[in-house]
Write a protein that binds this ligand. Structure first.
Ligand SMILES: N[C@H](CCC[C@H](N)C(=O)O)C(=O)O
Length: 259
């Protein structure tokens, strides 16, 4: 059987995208998803995303990490899915879709996709790190020499350490550039490596930097290895709401693969 796929990337976080509105895709085939994400034996990607029909919204998002397992929300993947839906002429310049963490509104601003993320009612602030959930779980830790930091080894040690048990967490290492700009490198759960960008991670870092007093800004630039993301939010007594993740989401190529 020939499977048609599309490749999109958002600030270097890349995804195999499949139009599964017909429901043909074998959603429980973990081995197949991992194979399609394999950068040598398959197509290659940090994750795989199914676009599916939904009775209440424009479409449904089903997200898999490259290990083949379905996972929690992917911010860059959500933005890429919005671009994919537009390229399929399913939507114009704004949309509402359903994902594992609920409803998401999104719109195009110039060539960028702005995606509303879930509200963040609380953040666990410790002496040398913070933990919060922005649709996926994120550990946020400041590092001085981020450029030379061993993200993979140090990230894996925390992700598999006693802090986060069997569920684990994504691990974000961040450095302040100025009052509205931070540099971020992320070890991603389910990819089990550093990725060039992590959307829910950038969102977590922006909120954590505000919550810990590193900045008073509520619109924050997050420089990631694969480009630039902008996170904005309202801060109130109930936590953080009107949270938006904005950045590029670009078609790379389409093709077919025998499965
Ligand atoms: N690896 C994450 C999901 C994808 C997050 C990332 N790709 C993003 O853009 O938010 C997890 O299992 O929690």
């Amino acid at each position: 059987m020939q499977l048609e796929f599309y490749k999109y990337q958002g600030a270097g976080n890349d995804f195999v995208m499949i139009d599964n509105r017909s429901g043909f895709f074998p959603k429980d085939n973990t081995q197949l998803v991992a194979h399609l994400c394999d950068r040598r034996f398959g197509i290659g990607g940090d994750g795989l995303i199914l676009l599916e029909n939904d009775s209440e919204t424009d479409f449904k998002m089903v997200y898999y990490n490259s290990d083949g397992n379905q996972s929690s929300m992917c911010g860059n993947g959500g933005r890429c899915l919005v671009a994919f839906a537009k390229d399929l002429n399913m939507i114009e310049n704004a949309t509402t879709f359903i994902a594992t963490d609920g409803l998401h509104h999104a719109s195009f601003e110039d060539k960028l996709v702005s995606l509303q993320m879930i509200d963040v009612p609380s953040i666990d602030i410790k002496a040398d790190y913070s933990f919060l959930n922005t649709g996926s779980p994120h550990h946020v830790q400041m590092v001085d020499d981020l450029e030379h930091y061993n993200v993979k080894d140090n990230g894996a040690a925390i992700r598999y350490g006693e802090l986060y048990g069997t569920a684990g967490s994504n691990i974000n290492f961040v450095k302040k550039i100025d009052d509205t700009t931070f540099r971020l490198r992320t070890y991603e759960r389910g990819v089990e490596d550093e990725t060039l960008a992590c959307g829910t991670g950038a969102t977590a870092v922006a909120i954590a930097m505000n919550a810990t007093g590193q900045t008073e800004a509520t619109s924050i630039n997050v420089n990631v290895e694969g480009g630039k993301l902008v996170v904005s939010f309202d801060k109130n007594q109930d936590g953080f709401s009107n949270v938006f993740l904005k950045g590029p989401a670009e078609f790379v190529f389409k093709g077919t693969i025998a499965i």
